[in-house]
Design a protein around this ligand. Structure first.
Ligand code: PEP
Ligand code: MG
Length: 578
């Protein structure tokens, strides 16, 4: 049994067999075995060869004789796989050096490939690629099934990966993918955000976990504590089953809050909204007791499709969302592409520093056709409910004015064509950069509302990549620098008499709620599964206590003191959540 600590990004407990995906392109680390495991590991080598030979023979039969070149390649691969000397070299390495089957396969085959590469004869040097192919084929047998299998699951699994993209995560079948464990990522990386929205327990930043666990190993994902356990003993499994039942019971208890207001004990009502990536999630927000959509991340319309969405596709997605929340606010954020929400394979050229590159509103302002298509659809949908539009990553007044001008252009086009839209649709911006926070006083006079995106605000204030596990300990929205900027924004919004919500992940972390209330936040937008728990905290708090907490925290100058103080306070309010 091995326990590994990472970062908890999506709550819940799950126990299932691991499915390693995307394991093909990186090295297998040298992991020692006990002398008593020699026999098992050499047997695994043999089984992998037998299975790979069977797979290739099957593939060759399917291809038939017509596929001449492919058949030649299969024949070369089969010859290598049937070569007893090669297999013996691998099993000898397992026995002599006490290493795993994966390591021995990888190490021997990479040696052979390196040797081939050095040979001057082109035919032989090109055979190195065949060797890498064979290595992948054998590793696939040893590590578990291959990536495509995620789409056709028939049993529950824990997906283990080096890194997951938001799109990949969004495609997971919730019925079978019970947990996620990845080497890379941070609490606010977009794959983590999607996992939380889907309600799949997840732990990220596990360093080399995916290289270390084997396909089919039993894995526990503890998305509450940020722990994964490989091959747990019976006692641990029993303990976790109990813990999981307690957690489900807590969730059921919290479900009872659905129709109760998010009101503090001293009678102040907080607007509790949901963040969504897909129209289907709107129903989940309602089910969990959310009062509207505070952030609709529309870029997933682009990420999930091979072609650019048409105006009608945009409109249909918004109309579906508005059907659920007819007379409640639905804030549609214009596309926030770039950074970790890349469609590299499509029209976006890779950038050397994408977080500081042509992302989000900057990208829209350079691609007006794309931007206007979306604006038209949002405006057309504005007659269907309480639609508000929000621009992401505004860094200065100039950018805001440009975006507003384009919106006005599109409005004029629609008016000319007699297409109805809501002329009074509210327009707001996200405050996600220090520059926007520091100029909030002037931005506030030009918009109807603000929403603080603490995920990006933290990243840009602290100069810490939100998705990079190597610097994840430096990433905290409770850092005094970030808190000062949030306070400035709230004060400026208050002076300009506009609403200022918080829609970053900070608002879904129980320990931050009273601090935010104390700083003056009255609208919060979070991942749907977190709504009941956050509502419970709000209902257990008072504004008076929250004000005291905020005063105390804003007087502190160290992130670690702030975080430990906030955790202690929150534990007192809702002990079950910790
Ligand atoms: C944020 O940056 O806090 C935010 C809510 O936007 P996203 O997570 O989509 O970047
Ligand atoms: Mg953002």
């Amino acid at each position: 049994m091995d326990i590994k600590k990472g970062i908890a990004v999506s709550p819940g407990i799950s126990i299932a067999k691991s499915l390693i995906i995307d394991s093909e392109d990186y090295r297998i680390p040298r992991r020692p075995i006990e002398p008593s495991q020699r026999l098992t590991e050499t047997q695994r080598v043999k089984n992998a060869f037998t299975a790979a030979i069977a797979e290739l023979t099957r593939l060759a039969a399917v291809q038939g004789k017509s596929a001449g070149k492919i058949m030649d390649i299969f024949a070369v691969h089969l010859r290598f796989l049937k070569d007893r000397t090669l297999r013996r070299k691998i099993t000898d390495l397992v026995r002599s050096d006490l290493v795993t089957a994966e390591y021995a396969v990888s190490s021997v085959l990479r040696d052979v490939a390196a040797h081939f590469t050095k040979v001057k004869d082109q035919y032989i040097s090109e055979r190195a690629d065949d060797i890498y192919d064979i290595e992948r084929r054998l590793l696939k047998q040893l590590l578990g099934r291959k990536r495509e299998d995620v789409a056709n699951l028939t049993e529950e699994v824990i997906v283990v990966a080096r890194e997951l993209s938001p799109t990949q995560t969004a495609g997971f079948d919730r019925e079978y993918v019970k947990g996620i464990a990845s080497d890379a990522g941070g609490r606010t990386s977009h794959a983590a955000i999607v996992a939380r929205s889907l309600g799949i327990p997840a732990v990220v930043a596990l360093e080399d976990f995916s290289e270390y666990v084997r396909g089919g190993d039993t894995v526990i994902v503890d998305g509450n504590r940020g722990i994964v356990i490989v091959n747990p003993d019976e006692q641990t499994i029993g303990r976790y089953r109990e813990y999981s039942q307690e957690f489900t019971a807590l969730e059921h208890r919290l479900d009872a809050l659905r129709d109760l207001p998010a009101m503090t004990r001293d009678g102040v009502e907080i607007k509790l909204l949901g963040n969504i990536e897909f129209p289907d999630e709107a129903a989940l927000v309602l089910e969990r007791g959310g009062q509207g959509i505070g952030l609709y991340r529309t870029e997933f319309l682009y990420l999930n499709s091979k072609t650019e969405p048409t105006e009608q596709q945009h409109y249909d997605a918004y109309a579906r969302t508005l059907k659920v929340f007819k007379d409640r606010p639905v804030i549609i954020r214009t596309m926030d592409l770039g950074a970790d929400k890349y469609t590299q394979s499509k029209r976006f050229a890779p950038e050397p520093n994408p977080m500081l590159g042509l992302r989000s509103i900057r990208f829209c302002l350079r691609n007006l056709t794309l931007f206007k298509t979306q604006l038209r659809a949002i405006l057309r949908a504005s007659t269907l409910g309480q639609v508000k539009i929000m621009f992401p990553l505004i860094t200065n007044l100039q950018e805001l004015k440009q975006a507003r001008l384009i919106l006005r252009d599109v409005m004029e086009d629609l008016a000319e064509q007699n297409i109805p839209y809501n002329r009074d649709m509210e327009m707001g911006i996200m405050i996600e950069t220090p520059s926007a926070a520091l100029t909030a006083y002037s931005l506030a006079r030009n918009v109807d509302f603000f929403s603080i995106g603490t995920n990006d605000l933290t990243q840009y204030t602290l100069a810490v990549d939100r998705g990079n596990e190597l610097v994840s300990t430096l990433y905290s929205a409770a850092d005094p620098a970030v808190l000062r900027l949030i306070r400035t924004v709230l004060q400026d919004a208050h002076k300009a008499r506009i609403d200022c919500s918080v829609c970053g992940e900070m608002a879904s972390e129980p320990e931050h709620i009273m601090l935010l209330l104390g700083m003056g936040v009255r609208t919060i937008s979070i991942a749907p599964p977190m709504i009941p728990e956050i509502k419970q905290i709000i209902r257990s708090a008072t504004i008076e206590e929250s004000n005291q907490i905020a005063r105390k925290v804003l007087g502190m100058n160290s992130e670690s003191h702030i975080s430990s103080y906030l955790r202690t306070v929150a534990r007192g309010v809702l002990p079950e959540a910790f």
